[in-house]
Design a binder for this molecule. Structure first.
Ligand SMILES: Cc1cc2nc3c(=O)[nH]c(=O)nc-3n(C[C@H](O)[C@H](O)[C@H](O)COP(=O)(O)OP(=O)(O)OC[C@H]3O[C@@H](n4cnc5c(N)ncnc54)[C@H](O)[C@@H]3O)c2cc1C
Length: 384
């Protein structure tokens, strides 16, 4: 269960950077995972979790403690009760997320098909509430089984307790512990399919996806077609892992789309994309304390009711003069040649080179637009 000869984190992360950790545990069952965690916590040493390593940027110094690599597997299915069309899945944390999606699509279970092709483990999926093409995990997540670092006890946490939001959750914001298993609730379309002739997806909720499918927003298409279309769209942006394609040697999007006040958004050029948070007719008026504001400068109307908009980080980067394929002189880190939001390793890059590029991109965007881009991946031993 403990690896006597830990490999460098560069071999276990999709960005392929990171030095050798002091210790590595490889628990393969849920009980072994609990035991490994309790042992690491009892030792008083530092510890960290690693699933598929697709959202982790580790420093060149490695990690001065125990890396617990989560490789548990298994999906338990609770079929719908008579006359019902909801199916429950309890998925072990180490199960690769895209295998879960592929299985659901093959079985005719709708709700996570737009999340096809997202790399990594199921246990990490709630950490940043993974999302893509109009779906987010929180629409299907019921609960997690959690091993709490504070108490050492197992407990079930309902989705509502996890403060899931855009690329964030309580787990990303400081709730320490281990997701042992994830419970999902999906729409079993098999009865419907026997009438309609094919298993249909959840309503399409993303303009670009609707365009690629040749349908309207809100339409439903065959689950298999939706998955194939999402995978093709993702591949065209270097967002499906491919050993031979250096554009996919990344951590996915390196920066989140900034959320700013509508008033601040109006200071940007008129063609800068901005989306109200939530559907326009349900757009909430929210009061945000100044300290929660991720942008820069005082919030106009802070303390009063303010409306928020989401900006496009990719647009900000491109319009700050950084184009696809950009790299600093002599560096092996580069902006993806397919997608400005991904920072990539062109081969042999160090974590320092990735961090330098990230700081440069942040600096250019801040100088041009006054917005500080926030990193999406988890940084281990690194600061921007
Ligand atoms: C090419 C590419 C495309 C991507 N596209 C998307 C996308 O479209 N949408 C999206 O949301 N993300 C995307 N990502 C980011 C990434 O795939 C997701 O965040 C994924 O959920 C990370 O899973 P992982 O197992 O690889 O996490 P890791 O990198 O191993 O870990 C990430 C964080 O989760 C913690 N963690 C891991 N396992 C557990 C556990 N069992 N319990 C508690 N904490 C845990 C780790 O400690 C770490 O803090 C992409 C990444 C890549 C490389």
């Amino acid at each position: 269960m403990t690896d006597p000869d830990p490999v460098p984190l560069s071999r276990l992360t999709t960005l392929r950077v990171g030095g050798v950790p002091v210790r590595m545990a490889l628990p393969a069952t849920e009980q072994e995972l609990v035991d490994a965690a309790l042992a690491a916590w009892a030792s008083g040493d530092d510890w960290m979790l690693l699933g598929g390593g697709s959202n982790t940027v580790a420093s060149d110094e490695g990690f001065d403690g125990t890396v617990i690599r989560v490789i548990t597997r298994g999906i338990e299915v609770t079929p719908p009760a008579a006359g019902q069309d909801r199916v429950r899945l309890r998925v072990q944390a180490g199960e690769p997320w895209d295998d879960v999606v592929a299985h659901a699509v093959a079985q005719g279970w709708a709700g996570i098909e737009a999340l096809s092709g997202i790399p990594g483990s199921t246990g990490a999926a709630p950490v940043q509430n993974i999302g893509a093409y109009g779906q987010e995990l929180d629409s299907s997540l019921v609960a997690i089984d959690f091993l709490d670092y504070e108490t050492g006890a197992r407990r079930r946490l309902e989705a509502a307790e996890l403060e899931l939001g855009y690329r964030t959750s309580a787990l990303k914001q400081g709730l320490r512990g281990i997701v042992l298993a994830v419970e999902l609730d999906l729409h079993d379309t098999t009865a419907e399919a026997s009438v309609l002739g094919s298993a249909l997806s959840a309503p399409v909720a993303y303009g670009q996806l609707a365009g690629a499918l040749g349908v309207q927003l809100g339409d439903r298409v065959s689950l298999a077609t939706l998955r194939d279309t999402v995978l093709a769209l993702r591949a065209s942006k270097g967002m499906v892992l491919d050993e031979s394609d250096h554009d996919t040697w990344s951590a996915g999007s390196f920066f989140t789309n900034p959320i700013v006040t509508e008033a601040f958004g109006r200071t940007l050029p008129g063609d800068a994309p901005r989306w109200p948070i939530g559907p326009p007719d349900e757009l909430p008026d929210r009061v945000i304390p100044l300290t929660d504001y991720a942008g820069v400068g005082p919030i106009p109307g802070a303390g009063a009711t303010v409306r928020l908009v989401k900006l496009s980080a990719a647009w900000l980067i491109e319009h700050a003069g950084i184009s696809r394929g950009f790299r600093l002189p002599g560096s092996r880190a580069a902006v993806s040649s397919k997608h400005t939001l991904a920072l990539t390793n062109t081969g042999g890059a160090t974590a320092d080179e990735i961090a330098q590029l990230a700081r440069y991109v942040q600096g250019r965007v801040q100088a041009e637009f006054g917005v500080i881009l926030q990193p999406e991946p988890v940084l281990v031993g690194l600061h921007l």
